[in-house]
Design a protein around this ligand. Structure first.
Ligand code: FAD
Length: 408
């Protein structure tokens, strides 16, 4: 079968619909978020837009078609994420909780668990949110080691009782402090690191918010540090078996890891647009627009090539993830690491192209650098988590350097 990188008519429609929604709602939201100093207040500004997005079926677009959603292709997901993240990456991250929190449900859940846990996210109204509660304030990169996961789940009859502190995941507190609609909790049960799903009825009144983080970029994300107090979850909410949590957690972050390449593309594309307009219209006192200087043009040329390369890598990675192809973990890791670090370099180069004008807070380019700086450290930091996963892959007996590309 021929491989084509042209968008199909359906994908062109998806791009137009996503772009239309972003232009109508996300630009204004991003401006309002920028102007609001309080982290909780500015996160809550997103709720009406969130409800509109749910009403138009976009949340279902994050849920795989075989379990009742509308997501069927990795490239579709990439198109949708890029269009929205170009205007408001924080909005997409807030909405994309089910992408990570439900991944282990799809992988290890019983049919009954899948149906029950997915149901809130197939709604046509409201603002359902999900959180993948993996990170802890004392560190998460070593969560698989005996001291790495401190949140405990103690069996008590038909329930587990969960206690501990969690951090960083969007919407750990939910919109109102009583928790998200669903929280997948990485915790230590008697059989080892395990995943338990808490529903809102288990969380209400059991979450103490210690702090809402004030982020330098992605400022609309509601990321917090919380304490879970005696959260009683039925044993029927254990995903897979006790001790399966390490593998399930690692796997859960592959789709979101691949998508980070696209978040980086969105930041680069916006920064490129600003720098390109500047270069073609500003003379800075000289006789010609600065794009006529070869050094300036070279920065644009190098940036554009790297944007195109990361976009293709991330499309490839998301395609493999959605198709559950064996190459998915490696490609997702490259999209995450290469994509996020290229994003920082490219946006920084474009800032340098603009020069001192870029350093005025009212000039829009540095905001994209703040976003880009997040991508190497979120969704598993590149040093502590993602390159360690690549190291594990490379150490696997029989690993073939050509396999991920299909060229073996
Ligand atoms: C907007 C946003 C959204 C987020 N969403 C979520 C989410 O949905 N769910 C969630 O659980 N978390 C989330 N996070 C947190 C994020 O996933 C982090 O990547 C995660 O907590 C791991 O951070 P870390 O690797 O820096 O870990 P840490 O354990 O804090 O490690 C810190 C650093 O120590 C070094 N290090 C530690 N151990 C090793 C090692 N073994 N080898 C080499 N170096 C090491 C590395 O340099 C590493 O970067 C989010 C964060 C933000 C800002």
């Amino acid at each position: 079968m021929a491989v084509s990188f042209l968008l199909s008519p359906e994908q062109e429609q998806l791009k137009a619909a996503a772009r239309g929604f972003a232009e109508e709602h996300l630009g204004d939201l991003a401006a309002a978020v920028r102007a609001e100093p309080d982290p909780l207040t500015r996160a809550l500004l997103a709720r009406p837009v969130f409800e509109k997005a749910v009403g138009q079926g976009f949340l279902k677009g994050l849920i795989p078609a075989p379990v009742g959603g509308a997501a069927s292709s990795g490239v579709d997901a990439a198109i949708f994420i890029e269009e929205w993240a170009a205007k408001s990456p924080d909005f997409v991250i807030s909405m994309a909780g089910p992408l990570i929190a439900l991944a282990p449900v799809y992988e290890a859940g019983t049919p009954e668990q899948v149906a029950r846990f997915v149901a809130p996210f197939l709604a046509d109204s409201g603002a359902p949110v999900a959180a993948m509660a993996y990170s802890e304030p004392e560190g998460s990169a070593n969560f698989h080691t005996p001291t790495g996961t401190r949140t405990t789940a103690v069996p008590d009859g038909d329930h587990y009782v969960i206690n501990g502190r969690k951090a960083w995941a969007s919407h750990l507190s939910g919109w109102d402090g009583d928790g998200p609609d669903l929280m997948t909790i990485v915790c230590r049960a008697p059989g080892g690191v395990s995943l338990l799903v808490a529903e809102r009825e288990h969380l209400a009144g059991r979450i103490e918010v210690e702090e809402h983080y004030d982020l330098p970029g992605l400022r609309g994300c509601l990321t917090s540090r919380v304490r879970l107090h005696d959260v009683r979850v039925p044993r029927a909410n254990l995903l897979g078996a006790e001790g399966q949590g390490v593998a399930l957690t690692r796997n859960a972050f592959f789709p979101s890891g691949a998508s980070i390449g696209i978040f980086a593309v969105a930041a680069m594309r916006e920064a490129f647009d600003i720098a390109y307009r500047f270069a073609t219209t500003e003379t800075r006192g000289g006789p010609v627009p600065i794009i006529e200087h070869q050094a300036v043009s070279d920065v644009l040329a190098d940036a554009k090539g790297r944007i195109e390369a990361v976009r293709l890598l991330a499309w490839r990675a998301l395609d493999a993830v959605m198709a559950q192809h064996p190459s998915a973990p490696e490609l997702a890791l490259h999209a995450k690491v290469v994509g996020s670090e290229t994003g920082v370099d490219v946006v920084n180069d474009l800032v340098k192209l603009v020069g001192v004008t870029a350093y005025d807070a009212n000039f829009p380019i540095v905001g994209h650098l703040h976003e880009a700086l997040a991508y190497p450290v979120i969704e598993g930091s590149n040093i502590g988590v993602r390159r360690r996963q690549l190291q594990d892959l490379f150490r696997t007996p029989g690993w073939d350097p050509l396999a991920a590309s299909g060229m073996a």
